[in-house]
Design a protein. Structure first.
Length: 191
């Protein structure tokens, strides 16, 4: 399989289903940001972190390929006139969202209560996790814009939203595991 096809040389690309759109189309921006997020998660997973977190991150990365496929699909080509699905694309379901919630609950039981916002940083691994979280939030903003114009399964939006929360809790857990200093954000008082 060749990596280059030359079909995008004029600034268009094909969606799943064959429809060609400009490379700056909101759908491309949406799934491209999911791809960027997936790369950041790979960097977090490559750090010296606990096996459970690595396992969950691998699972999430696989789910993000599903999210990307959903976002890369032309809705007009996804379903036949009979109502049957034309393309065999996996789904994001409630169990995927609940996994993130359960992992957050599990991590939170071992963390000190959060009383303030925290400044991102303290350790390179924690910073990578915060970068992934902010890329996830950008992906969410783009996906919600796409959803307003070309709706898709709502579970995708819930999953992306919950994933950014998960990454925040994971960053706190990694701070705790790595004994990194978690600096609280305390607004400066004006005189």
């Amino acid at each position: 399989m060749k990596i280059y096809t030359k079909t995008g040389d004029k600034g268009t690309t094909a969606l799943f289903g064959g429809t060609r759109v400009p490379k700056h189309h909101m759908r491309i921006d949406s799934y491209g940001t999911i791809d960027e997020l997936n790369s950041w998660l790979g960097l977090v997973r490559d750090q010296e972190i606990d096996p459970r977190s690595k396992e969950i991150l691998t699972h999430i990365q696989n789910k993000l390929f599903t999210v990307g496929a959903i976002l890369a699909t032309d809705p007009d080509k996804a379903v036949l006139k009979s109502g049957k699905e034309r393309l065999n694309i996996p789904k994001i379901d409630i169990a995927d969202i609940e996994l993130l919630e359960n992992e957050m609950d599990r991590m939170n039981t071992k963390l000190p209560p959060m009383t303030h916002f925290v400044l991102p940083g303290g350790h390179t691994t924690v910073s990578y996790c915060h970068i992934a979280r902010t890329v996830c939030r950008r992906a969410e903003r783009l996906a919600t814009l796409l959803y307003e114009n070309e709706p898709f399964n709502e579970n995708v939006l819930s999953y992306i939203n919950r994933l950014s929360d998960y990454l925040f809790v994971l960053a706190r857990k990694l701070s705790n595991d790595l004994k990194a200093n978690e600096i609280k954000w305390i607004p400066e008082k004006k005189d």
